[in-house]
Design a binder for this molecule. Structure first.
Ligand code: XBP
Ligand code: MG
Length: 247
């Protein structure tokens, strides 16, 4: 099997965006809208089982603030709240508060040097992705990615495979020529349901999740260097993995 493309998840994979990013942005939006909802670190860890910010707000209402469910135009209201939250999240990105995870820039550069295409498959919004890439990698970084599949472009979010199917179709590649890099059980389920071998780099909220079907589980892209392998996750590792040889 030729390795033709690597598909990257965003939140928790490209960058640790959740605890000190999205969670803060949600709380800032709730404050601006004078809603007495505050998502602390532990509660947010529970809410993260639901992917998608709008879906997460609705899940919160259903389980923690059901009196709001009687509002007229509930979906429109949630969409408005999410728009305010996204504005705060973009501000955090532009303030440089959310760096890339260890090894991400190195691996992106290596993949490009080896003419292996890179793509994005994420639940968050396109605007969040483009701003993260521009703030961390520079204005031309968006053009490095053959495809960016984000948010509402598909009807069902992770763990459904929709976003990975969409990215594969845009790449015109079969799943067996690709590898996905993810951080969560929802992401692993999504990518593997699309037939894509998946590497997990765990993040703060996902460390204890079930990664049984992952091809490889790492603390981060540099952790192989800290173990016996003495080298970080490299393109050759990915190529070998895709050929199903031992790492
Ligand atoms: C993670 C998500 C997103 C973010 C919040 O996406 O589930 O919903 O938590 O971003 P992934 P939005 O791991 O697939 O990158 O509020 O824009 O949804
Ligand atoms: Mg993720």
């Amino acid at each position: 099997m030729t390795l033709s493309a690597v598909l990257f998840d965003v939140d928790g994979t490209l960058a640790d965006t959740e605890r000190d990013g999205h969670r803060l942005a949600f709380n800032q939006a709730f404050n601006e809208l004078q809603l007495d909802w505050q998502w602390d670190v532990d509660l947010y860890g529970v809410l993260l089982q639901i992917t998608g910010g709008k879906e997460r707000i609705r899940f919160y209402l259903e389980n923690y603030a059901p009196s709001f469910l009687d509002r007229n135009n509930l979906d429109e209201w949630i969409t408005q709240i999410h728009k305010v939250k996204t504005r705060y999240f973009l501000n955090l990105l532009k303030e440089g508060r959310i760096p890339l995870r260890h090894g991400i820039k190195r691996l992106l550069d290596e993949l490009r040097e080896n003419n292996i295409r890179i793509a994005i498959a994420t639940t968050t919004t396109y605007e969040n992705v483009s701003t993260l890439l521009q703030c961390t990698l520079g204005d031309d970084a968006l053009s490095w990615f053959a495809v960016i599949g984000a948010g509402d472009i598909v009807p069902r979010k992770k763990p459904a495979p929709d976003i990975y199917h969409w990215v594969l179709s845009q790449l015109s590649l079969p799943a067996e020529n690709c590898i996905a890099i993810e951080d969560s059980e929802n992401g692993l389920k999504s990518a593997t349901a699309a037939g894509i071998k998946t590497i997990i780099t765990t993040s703060e909220y996902t460390r204890q999740q079930d990664f049984n079907n992952a091809a490889l589980v790492l603390e981060d892209l540099e952790s192989l260097m800290r173990d016996s392998h003495n080298e970080p996750l490299s393109v050759q590792t990915l190529i070998n993995l895709n050929r199903r040889t031992l790492i």
